[in-house]
Design a protein around this ligand. Structure first.
Ligand SMILES: C[S@@+](CC[C@H](N)C(=O)[O-])C[C@H]1O[C@@H](n2cnc3c(N)ncnc32)[C@H](O)[C@@H]1O
Length: 280
């Protein structure tokens, strides 16, 4: 069993899963809305996989892309991965809230991206300062917002599987960051009214579920690692939980790991993407 896990490798392994998941209708609407010489800001950008996606699809041409993340390892990796791209990509290790304090009222961006990020935040409190970073009439592209379904197949025990899913989602809802509640296991559905409440107009929305399964040759790319990391994250989140029998949960984790090794595990996570606009 693995004991050391790398978040950087997880983000890298997640890229092919995200490539399949991103909602194509919302993506096209975003690409059409992008002005020439767009100023793009991505928050919680990780190791820069969205920058790579923009480059591959020709959306970086003429654009200036600023990507920030608060983990130095992520930004170091992003610099290595993106060194072949033009110099119009700016990467910075900085906490989002320090970045907002520094930039608010000074600069705005045509497109703000948050990918697999907003569901970690206190969204109603975070949207107004985020929107203040967008040029009036500019756009936001908020993708892979988790929305309340973690599905594993095959079933181990229907009652235990459901209980673990519910307790895991509760850890997201009860997460405390810097002394404040932040996180929402149903952020996708809640964003419809939260975005409007903050003054945003939703132009496109659609599901972006992760669907991971082994093909004849096994899991694609590094997706077995992606699955191992997900199971490890659940183990960390629920270890010692009073609602779960220790031995029973350990056995459940072991069985899920064995299913990955055999190529049997299917994992589906329900998520929603949004494109929207702030008022002029
Ligand atoms: C689930 S990861 C997604 C990363 C990337 N968007 C991707 O999908 O590959 C969330 C990212 O948000 C970053 N993050 C979390 N809280 C942050 C904060 N307060 N300021 C800046 N970055 C933050 C983490 O370091 C992590 O890279």
């Amino acid at each position: 069993m693995k004991t050391d896990y790398s978040f950087v490798r997880y983000l890298s392994a997640k890229k092919t899963v995200d490539d399949r998941a991103l909602n194509q209708h919302v993506w096209r609407a975003m690409a059409e809305a992008l002005p020439e010489r767009a100023r793009i800001l991505e928050i919680g950008a990780g190791i820069g996989t969205m920058v790579e996606r923009f480059a591959k699809n020709g959306l970086l041409d003429g654009a200036v892309y600023t990507a920030v993340d608060n983990q130095p390892d992520n930004i170091i990796t992003a610099r290595q991965r993106l060194q072949h791209l033009n110099k119009n990509v700016h990467l910075e290790t900085i906490d989002l809230f320090d970045f907002i304090r520094r930039e608010q009222g000074k600069q705005t961006w045509d497109l703000l991206i948050a990918h697999a990020f907003l569901d970690l935040m206190d969204i109603p409190a975070t949207l107004p300062p985020l929107f203040s970073l967008i040029e009036p009439g500019g756009h936001f592209y908020f993708t892979i917002n988790f929305d309340g379904a973690t599905i594993f197949q095959p079933t181990i025990d229907p009652i235990l599987d459901d209980q673990i899913e519910q307790l895991y989602h509760r850890t997201m809802d009860e997460r405390i960051t810097d002394g404040k509640l932040s996180g929402d296991s149903r952020s996708g559905r809640h964003l419809f009214h939260q975005l409007r409440q903050a003054g945003g107009e939703i132009l496109a929305a659609g599901s972006s579920d992760w669907v991971v399964f082994a093909e004849t040759d096994g899991y694609p790319a590094d997706e077995a690692y992606f699955l191992q990391f997900i199971i490890h994250t659940m183990q960390q989140a629920l270890n010692g939980h009073p609602g779960l029998g220790t031995a029973q949960f350990a056995d459940w984790i072991r069985q899920r790991q064995q299913q990955i090794e055999r190529g049997d595990l299917v994992y589906i996570a329900h998520q929603i993407d949004f494109l929207g606009r702030v008022p002029k």
